[in-house]
Design a protein around this ligand. Structure first.
Ligand code: GUN
Length: 283
């Protein structure tokens, strides 16, 4: 039996249609949700991500603006810009695209953003809220993954979820969200011994490593749910995930493709967080 493919693009479109309605309701109450994205430097991948975010915002009726700073901008200049955006009532969400040039300390920048406008969910206040299970802005990729699992009625409670990768953006928070949903969570990373011995116990396997096609069916338990967060460009220009899709599909019960998997859901959750910010974060 071949796995059911979870099409993130289709789900994202469906959710965005509902959000468009929400935005028009807000408009009727005089609220125009607005997202400001700050891009420092010329990284082509970052530029393309940022443009994707702007396009998706516009399609949903969310007003958006990209502020570009040169790669020579100082940390002080960036912090001053953030302070200005924090004080601007017409700006509901602020996103500073990462990575930043090496001379700027990322953590200083993340912590400068008003937690009430932190639509990335990266501010320590929002991470703390997430860890304690309080309503907050959830980091977009983990939130998108959780939404994909729930939309497909995949049981999380009592399941064994294994995460490969421990980044602050994906690995760590997705494990926390699944723990909040009563999964048993195991984190694996580059220093993990006998990875296969652990991954073959996973009911839900989340792969966020950034290496093309490293996980095949020999890493999977029969009927595992496989979520592939990796986006890798091959020499032939094609995009591929961290999972060998065709191979893993033979064993998995559900699997996300790359492209059209987690990626579109990440942007959709950013839009959701921006609408939430425009409404005002509740306690
Ligand atoms: N760079 C890669 N992913 C992200 C993200 O989710 N948010 C921000 N701000 N930068 C990123």
């Amino acid at each position: 039996m071949s796995a059911e493919v979870i099409n993130g693009k289709d789900l994202a479109h469906k959710l965005r249609a509902g959000m468009k309605e929400e935005v028009s309701q807000l408009n009727k109450n005089g609220v125009i949700p607005h997202l400001t994205v700050v891009l420092v430097g010329e990284d082509p991948a970052s530029k393309s991500y940022v443009n994707g975010k702007r396009k998706a915002s516009e399609e949903t009726g969310i007003s958006s603006q990209i502020i570009e700073l040169p790669s020579t901008a100082t940390e002080e200049e960036l912090l001053q810009l953030i302070a200005k955006l924090n004080n601007d009532d017409s700006v509901h969400g602020i996103l500073v695209q990462l990575p930043l040039p090496k001379h700027i300390r990322e953590q200083q920048v993340i912590e400068a953003i008003d937690p009430a406008k932190d639509v990335d969910g990266f501010h320590p206040v929002n991470i703390g809220r997430m860890m304690t299970g309080k309503d907050t802005f959830l980091p977009c990729t983990p939130f998108g993954i959780l939404t994909m699992l729930k939309s497909n009625n995949i049981p999380i409670e009592g399941s064994h979820a294994v995460i490969i990768g421990r980044s602050n953006i994906v690995g760590k928070p997705v494990g926390q969200l699944l723990l909040n949903e009563n999964a048993t969570v195991t984190y694996c990373h580059s220093k993990t011994k006998d990875l296969k011995q652990i991954t073959t116990k996973a009911d839900i396997l989340i792969v966020a490593v950034g290496k093309a096609n490293i996980i095949g069916k020999d890493y999977l338990k029969q009927d595992a749910v496989v979520i592939d967060v990796g986006v890798n460009r091959l020499d032939n220009g094609k995009l591929t995930g961290d999972v060998d899709f065709e191979d893993a599909k033979e064993i998995a019960s559900y699997i996300t493709p790359v492209p059209k998997g987690v990626g579109p859901m990440t942007i959709t959750m950013l839009l959701k967080n921006t609408i939430k910010a425009a409404r005002g974060l509740s306690e």
